[in-house]
Write a protein that binds this ligand. Sequence first.
Ligand code: NAI
Ligand SMILES: C[C@H](O)[C@@H]1OC(=O)[C@H](O)[C@@H]1O
Length: 254
Amino acid sequence: MKLLQGKTVLVTGGSTGIGRAAAIGAAKAGADVAINYRSSSAEAESCIAEIEAAGQRGLAVQGDVADPAVAGEFIAKAVEGFGKVDVMVSNAGICPFHSFLDMPVETVQRTMNVNLLGGYFMCQAAARQMVEQGHGGAIVAVSSISALVGGEYQTHYTPTKAGLHSLMQSAAIALGKHNIRCNSVLPGTILTEINKDDLADMEKRARMEARIPLGRLGAAEDLAGPIVFLASDMASYVTGAALLVDGGAFVNLQ
Ligand SMILES: NC(=O)C1=CN([C@@H]2O[C@H](COP(=O)(O)OP(=O)(O)OC[C@H]3O[C@@H](n4cnc5c(N)ncnc54)[C@H](O)[C@@H]3O)[C@@H](O)[C@H]2O)C=CC1
Ligand SMILES: C[C@H](O)[C@@H]1OC(=O)[C@H](O)[C@@H]1O
């Protein structure tokens, strides 16, 4: 039997990058998958096509996670389509690199609203549905190695990732009695749209590659296995945990 056979998995920011890889990975593991996406319906449709090519049902729901109302709407549409919610992968995020001293207020607020509050309301809405269903569930937040270490141009971003990591720890306690497990993955540097401009600086890219014991930056697909594992019953006694998926970068001090 496949790891997520019969499960319904929801992924925010699921049309590109890590979210897309998680959505397609979940479908390949036997789940029906609903994705939330921000704006590009072409990317969302092509993700749904890949979910269907894996033999599963797919559903795309547009919405800005920074709007708290969008969380309830996403859950309602998924329940309407698939009848239940078993897994929430809270993944949507932005990282507009910017220096600290002249950081625009709007950039800070938007990053917090999307990454942290968006994640909070999505996880809460999913948990409410899971509690109502009465048969447990799993929540996986896409936090970051940035929950543990800083970045000069990420002073507005790293606190959101530390916040998601902390949210999963507290939610694990709040939801344990409902058999809802809450964990986070902490990706290292993964080559996606979010850092395309930043990593166009070849010197910086080479520096980052050099400190990764596995010798390469990550690909979005590197996150699919860890997310599917944490979502699955194979991880039935894992909650409140954080799984680094960084090629060993974090432990490489000198
Ligand atoms: N690429 C990397 O090195 C790392 C990424 N992450 C996190 O992984 C997550 C996914 O990012 P990537 O796949 O790397 O980049 P990405 O840019 O491909 O994915 C981010 C997704 O979130 C969506 N999104 C952004 N704002 C949204 C909003 N307001 N409402 C709904 N969807 C929204 C985007 O449309 C996009 O599909 C983010 O939370 C990011 O912080 C964490 C650690 C490392
Ligand atoms: C977007 C960055 O490249 C990426 O985001 C993270 O969370 C990682 O720590 C990297 O800085």
